[in-house]
Design a protein around this ligand. Structure first.
Ligand SMILES: Nc1ncnc2c1ncn2[C@@H]1O[C@H](COP(=O)(O)OP(=O)(O)O)[C@@H](O)[C@H]1O
Ligand SMILES: N[C@@H](CCOP(=O)(O)O)C(=O)O
Length: 318
């Protein structure tokens, strides 16, 4: 589920009255997602997404995210900008939370992508990266390499309750990854969480790139590595699907060729990407009550990816 904040019909009607978006017809909570509260809102003027920003999205970051969406939408990328109210404002407050009314995009997110769909997602990621070359705002990666030691420390030995010996394994991997991290690569605006559930598709066509709330300044090839890890394995991380992984990389290179120094760094970036999600999932695993209405995601699925990339990364990205 992802409806943490209930919105009354009265409050929503008052909110909509600020826009030229029509009058409220219906509003339904959207079950998918984990970070924010999302509603599908139908009005006499059309269909919209209402997002109320919850725990991990800082209100101060919203102007960055909205500027990024506006930048990409202006360049014709399939991203959903926030709707401006009559006064030109995109960011509002509703039921005590920061809130935006967002353009609704058609499409569904796939759970088991085909190679053609992975190729299209890779191409869309690449197009997005190059469309962001002239995006000048900066947001440090709050889940980036310089935060991983602190994330590990705050989990501490509790990691061993998830799997015996996990703390030592993650500590060793982190030390190795930090020592090899390619700090010379150019910074860029990236999505940083382009999992299949954040790509809307109709058949083999990408109709939406959504959920930019981890977007930040980091390395493009790191974004590609995040996307590779998210798309090319089964959910448990036991099985790597080479056809999907290769199609994703081909799609990325079809739109724009990744500079050779960025490509050469993919093996270590892929390990880092796996570690990033292992750490955030482990923290959530240890801190989400068993009876919470949100489904905890398995950290070990990313330990398996980490092991896989450590063993096969060089051959995989050669
Ligand atoms: N602009 C949009 N158009 C259509 N559906 C959307 C849009 N934004 C979000 N959704 C729907 O809401 C779900 C949750 O959105 P998401 O941004 O991934 O939430 P969270 O930030 O909580 O993870 C998505 O899986 C999708 O079904
Ligand atoms: N993609 C992350 C969790 C973030 O969830 P999202 O719904 O905002 O994409 C993971 O799988 O660990």
């Amino acid at each position: 589920m992802a409806v943490y904040t209930q919105v009354s019909a009265e409050a929503l009607s008052d909110f909509l009255a600020k826009f030229d978006a029509g009058a409220l017809v219906s509003a339904k909570g959207i079950a998918e997602g984990v970070e924010n509260s999302n509603y599908l809102v139908d009005t006499t003027g059309g269909r919209f997404i209402l997002t109320l920003y919850e725990k991990r999205v800082a209100a101060d970051d919203l102007p960055y995210f909205m500027a990024l969406l506006d930048h990409l939408a202006a360049k014709g990328l399939p991203v959903p900008p926030a709707i401006k109210d009559r006064a030109g404002h995109e960011i509002h407050e509703l039921e005590g939370r920061p809130a935006c009314l967002i353009k609704f995009l058609p499409g569904v997110s796939v759970t088991t992508p085909t190679p053609a769909q992975a190729r299209a997602a890779g191409e869309a990621l690449s197009q997005m990266h190059w469309a962001l070359e002239d995006f000048l705002l900066d947001r440090p990666n709050s889940m980036g390499v310089d935060t991983w030691q602190a994330q590990l420390d705050r989990c501490g030995r509790d990691l061993d309750t998830i799997a015996p010996g996990l703390f030592d394994r993650v500590s060793r991997a982190l030390e190795r990854i930090i020592a090899q991290w390619p700090r010379h690569l150019p910074p860029s605006a990236i999505h940083a969480d382009l999992f299949p559930d954040n790509v809307l598709m109709l058949g083999d066509e990408v109709t939406g790139l959504i959920d930019f709330y981890f977007a930040c300044t980091d390395v493009r090839a790191f974004d590609l590595a995040v996307t590779h890890g998210a798309w090319a394995f089964d959910a448990s991380g036991h099985h790597y699907d080479a056809a999907i992984g290769n199609a994703l990389l081909q799609g990325y290179q079809r739109a724009n060729v990744l500079p050779s120094d960025e490509r050469a760094a993919l093996p270590i970036l892929a390990e880092g990407a796996a570690l990033r999600f292992l750490l955030s999932r482990a923290w959530d695993w240890l801190n989400t009550p068993a009876n919470a209405m949100v489904t905890r995601k398995d950290p070990l699925a990313y330990l398996r990816r980490l092991d896989f990339y450590a063993a096969n990364g060089d051959a995989l990205f050669a």
